[in-house]
Design a protein around this ligand. Structure first.
Ligand code: ADP
Ligand code: MG
Length: 139
């Protein structure tokens, strides 16, 4: 099944000049980029994006980290794109991520873990619409 998913190259990876390498891994995994832009999130935008985690103890640190520098957001498409990209990212904690994954290669900590990917079809839809209008997504 061809799916869409949402990706963020997080501030640690953008600052470390790892954006290009991460996008290349995404393309090499057979996913295609349907939309992409670099933005700097406001606190309110980051809080809205991570609202599901607002009760977690790490929420404030996470939001502060996500607004610490620019991020590269993208809409990806491909066969089983949601699970495929989650597999490519690896475990949330880079120390537990499998070899060859983005987080193993580039993650710095459980918080500064290089990338975000949607976890389900419904969240992918919401997350894509949070950052992109339909006019910005290549048909
Ligand atoms: P994932 O990004 O793998 O879907 P979660 O949705 O559980 O992981 O968490 C969202 C983000 O919050 C993570 O990618 C990471 O940046 C941060 N995070 C998760 N757990 C922790 C933690 N225990 N301590 C600090 N930051 C965390
Ligand atoms: Mg998540």
């Amino acid at each position: 099944m061809i799916e869409s998913t949402f990706s963020i190259v997080k501030p640690d990876a953008v600052a470390a000049k790892q954006t290009g390498a991460i996008i290349q891994m995404i393309l090499d995994a057979g996913l295609s980029v349907k939309a992409m832009k670099m933005i700097r999130l406001t606190r309110a935008q980051a809080e809205g994006f991570y609202a599901v985690h607002s009760a977690r103890p790490f929420f404030n640190d996470l939001v502060t980290y996500m607004i610490s520098g620019p991020v590269v957001v993208s809409c990806l498409e491909g066969e089983n794109a949601i699970a495929k990209y989650r597999d490519l990212m690896g475990a949330t904690d880079p120390a537990k991520a499998a070899p060859g994954t983005i987080r193993k290669n580039f993650g710095k900590s459980i918080e500064a873990n290089a990338c975000h990917g949607s976890d389900a079809a419904e969240t992918a839809k919401v997350e894509i619409a949070y950052f992109f209008s339909s006019l910005e997504i290549v048909g």
